[in-house]
Design a protein around this ligand. Structure first.
Ligand code: NAD
Ligand code: UGA
Length: 484
């Protein structure tokens, strides 16, 4: 069906997306690129973020995603606009995407587990206040099951309190499945698009936008609650696979089995599949942990304690994996890393992103710093100020008065721009993110400057052992143990 076949109130021309983050920015850029007939305003309360989205230099966009600069370059200022003008943009919109953060609550009921819906509620109130005529409101954020009922209730009660008979709303769930680092290709060629809702015309109006570049067979229509739950379930399943393979990585190290051989052997079974079977330092990112915590909280609220315990164990294995790597480093370096220098390669939670939220590097580095190690940290995309923020000032090598801290006790870190510097005078180098640049390190040369007996801890299977010609350095690989 083409746009012209719709009743007028479902002809979409103007879109507003509230939230210019990792989801809102890339998603709207791709929609703008694929649908030149649409006018898209991405709005955010964060002025700095919006300024960065508008920066002339496309290398200075607020997030790093391969291919993002190109789609933004194609569309910005034509049919894609970034601003802080939330009210005005909602007023003009036929369709509003809510794409704001939904972190875990840090206080009150459900603290540490439930999602904090303050930002979503505030968006619903803004939409209720500023919308004109008929507006399709879309949950793009990942939300607890039944949130659409809350949004509807807010929209309708605000509308009724203003006795505004001109306004009407349809609420849809359209969760996002993009992964960071591959966001643009995921958006251009998704495995599926999920639309949950009750209002047939609104569902088809949204499906019609996606149909500009995605075949209809990939657009799944469900009820609202299935859509909301499917998003939580998909993340829980993916995280569960990572915890499963990580649990077996420890088993391999104890027995002489090799996790890479095991992953390959089980992944070739079509029913299992070969994706998400890479052992590593544990999953990070802003969503897996928070979404599983949310699933655990909802399950307990529904009296489903066994279900809650089952999913909670996925998180327990993840924490355990991070702790066991840190303990392995300490025990290998003779149980003492105080004042010893250790290089850290990679701070982002995965490669091809500057995002470090919930990165395993944070917990592993903090534990090493607690043991008074001196860390030299390198990451090609995460900025030094972000690493400093994540590890907090107590571990920085600069004190509150801006002086270099005394260096005789250890327990501080320095951010290095050059990979080679993380090796110089180090007892160990730990690979925590699978960046391409770490796969082509000149091991023989770099490891010469380490303090013997020196160690490389490869938690990402980055090292091709045939390239590792250095005789004076030992390697430990996750799920494979000591190599020489
Ligand atoms: P983010 O923190 O990068 O961006 C959210 C933005 O919303 C922030 O810039 C914030 O300033 C803005 N915001 C909050 N309240 C606002 C308001 N009332 N008005 C205007 N702006 C407001 O978050 P994100 O990573 O883009 O994630 C957004 C949602 O998408 C979350 O629910 C997340 O679980 C989900 N999700 C994220 C990913 C991912 O890869 N990051 C993938 C799929 C789904
Ligand atoms: C994940 C999902 O893949 C997306 O579908 C989802 O939309 C998104 O969460 C979300 O809701 O935020 P993302 O967190 O960006 O995407 O990245 P993933 O590729 O899923 O990786 C998550 C973590 O698992 C990373 O730390 C990664 O290194 C780790 N991982 C992944 C492994 O350790 N092994 C693997 O085999 C795969």
């Amino acid at each position: 069906m083409v746009q012209g076949d719709y009743p007028k109130r479902f002809m979409i021309k103007n879109i507003c997306c509230i939230g210019a983050g990792y989801v809102g920015g890339p998603t709207m850029s791709v929609i703008a690129d694929r649908c030149p007939h649409l006018n898209i305003n991405v709005v955010d309360l964060n002025k700095k973020r919006i300024e960065a989205w508008n920066s002339k230099d496309l290398n200075k966009l607020p997030i790093f995603e391969p291919g993002l600069d190109e789609v933004v370059g194609n569309t910005r200022g034509k049919n894609l606009f970034f601003s802080t003008n939330v009210g005005e943009s909602i007023k003009k919109a036929d369709m509003v995407f809510i794409s704001v953060n939904t972190p875990t609550k840090s206080r009150g009921i459900g603290s540490g587990e439930a999602s904090d819906l303050s930002w979503v509620e505030s968006c619903a109130r803004d939409v209720a206040k500023y919308a004109e005529g008929h507006t399709i409101v879309i949950e793009k954020s990942t939300l607890p099951v039944k949130t659409a009922a809350t949004i509807k209730s807010i929209l309708n009660s605000v509308k009724n309190s203003f006795k505004d008979t001109e306004k009407s709303f349809a609420v849809l769930s359209n969760p996002e499945f993009l992964a960071e680092g591959t966001a643009i290709s995921d958006l251009k060629n998704p495995d599926r698009v999920l639309i949950g809702g009750e209002d047939h015309d609104a569902i088809e109006a949204l499906a019609n936008i996606y149909k500009s570049w995605i075949v209809d067979e990939k657009i799944i229509r469900t009820n609202l609650w299935s859509s909301e739950l499917s998003k939580l379930a998909a993340n829980a399943f993916l995280a569960q696979r990572v915890s499963s393979i990580n649990s077996l990585s420890a088993f391999c190290e104890e027995t002489g089995a090799n996790i890479y051989e095991v992953s390959k052997a089980i992944g070739l079974d079509n029913r299992i599949g070969d994706k998400f079977l890479k052992a590593g330092p544990g999953f990070g990112g802003s969503c897996f942990k928070k979404d599983i915590l949310n699933l655990v909280y909802l399950s307990r609220s529904l009296g489903l304690d066994e279900v809650a315990d089952y999913w909670e164990s996925v998180l327990q294995i993840n924490n355990w994996q991070q702790k066991r790597i840190y303990k392995k480093i300490v025990s290998t370096l003779f149980g003492n890393i105080s004042n010893k220098q250790i290089g850290i390669l990679g701070f982002a939670f995965k490669s091809n992103t500057n995002d470090f939220r919930e990165s395993p590097a944070i917990s592993i580095c903090r534990d090493l710093l607690e043991e008074r190690a001196i860390l030299k940290i390198h990451d090609p995309k995460v900025e030094a100020k972000d690493i400093e923020k994540a590890l907090e000032n107590e571990f920085s090598d600069i004190d509150n008065c801006n002086n270099k801290k005394s260096r005789d006790q250890g327990g501080y870190f320095v951010v290095e721009k050059e990979i080679e510097k993380t090796f110089y005078n180090s007892h160990a180098v730990v690979i925590l993110t699978e960046w391409e640049e770490y796969k082509i390190i000149d091991w023989e040369n770099f490891t010469k400057n380490m303090i013997a007996p020196s160690w490389i801890f490869d938690t990402r299977n980055v090292i091709d052992e045939s390239d590792f010609k250095s005789n004076n350095c030992n390697i430990w690989k996750i799920g494979n143990g000591i190599k020489n």
